[in-house]
Design a protein around this ligand. Structure first.
Ligand code: NAD
Length: 258
């Protein structure tokens, strides 16, 4: 039986992924703020390190796959700490336990929002690894007003997609035999989007930003099943990809520009 570490396991995509994996007989160690095997705050460096240590201990030293779903969409600087640093630092801290597996895999949840406008200097600050500098830029941005503050979430996901792109082909990941990929959803029906989609106004706003010609808003299973395939033994060569599983939103917005 494979052992999976799933972050954001208490809600939405992470909860669905953990449930489907357990149904298939896998062992799942969930990480979340609450209602999880490992309760930790991934917005802090200490939270990431203690979460990784606790998960590795529960796993008995070897982790077969990591699926990072935890994230927030608030237009605040902290979103970069959870969505970017909370993912990449946790993955790097779990890597030594992945290397011990005979078929290690990792996948993260980015977003089609990574394609939306955000300040390049904020994205590159995150990729430089300097969390304090990144938060300082994000705080300047959020102070400018709601339109600018909205760009924090796209920036967090663009940085994450780019990190996967760069890091997946490094000696530490591809070189160690670990496929590392990202899934970029469109609008998923989870607690994250519930309030926004509850009003006609909110739905119109979301649908203008995220056009989904194929089947419209998606259930969390549509993402969970892809995450499970990416982190299963069948995936031997898919690496460094950001897979837009988004009802055609990326194809609509980017068209030929790939
Ligand atoms: P959700 O709110 O249902 O679940 C997110 C989970 O992450 C929650 O259980 C929450 O407690 C946990 N979490 C938040 N901050 C944390 C922290 N500091 N430490 C530990 N855990 C923390 O949301 P969801 O829709 O399932 O989102 C999952 C992922 O999918 C996120 O990364 C989100 O950005 C991404 N995503 C969602 C959508 C969507 O439409 N719902 C679209 C694209 C991408």
């Amino acid at each position: 039986n494979r052992t999976y570490v799933v972050t954001g396991s208490a809600s939405g995509i992470g909860e669905t992924t953990a449930r489907l994996l357990r149904k298939r007989g896998a062992r799942v160690i969930g990480i979340d703020l609450r209602d999880a095997d490992v309760e930790a705050d991934l917005s802090t460096a200490e939270g990431r390190q203690s979460a990784a240590a606790a998960a590795i201990e529960l796993a008995g030293g070897t982790v077969d796959a990591v699926i990072a779903c935890a994230g927030i969409s608030a237009p605040i600087a902290k979103t970069l700490s959870v969505n970017y640093f909370g993912v990449v630092e946790l993955l790097e801290a779990l890597r030594p336990a992945l290397v011990r597996s005979s078929a290690p895999r990792a996948a993260v949840v980015s977003s089609m929002a990574s394609l939306q406008q955000s300040p390049p200097e904020l994205v590159e600050a995150a990729l430089s690894g300097d969390e304090a500098a990144t938060l300082a830029i994000a705080e300047q941005l959020t102070a400018q007003g709601p339109r600018e503050a909205y760009q924090v979430y796209p920036a967090s996901k663009r940085a994450l997609s780019r990190w996967v792109r760069r890091r997946s082909i490094s000696p530490e990941w591809a070189g160690a035999g670990i496929p590392l990929n990202a899934v970029a959803p469109g609008t998923v029906l989870t607690p994250m989007t519930e309030q926004l989609l509850a009003t006609e106004e909110g739905r119109a706003m979301v649908d203008a930003a995220v056009p989904m010609p194929l089947n419209s808003h998606q259930p969390p299973e549509s993402i969970a099943n892809l995450l499970i395939w990416l982190t299963g033994v069948e995936n031997t060569h898919l690496a460094g990809q950001v897979i837009y599983d988004d009802g055609g939103a990326d194809a609509t917005l980017r068209g030929d520009d790939i």
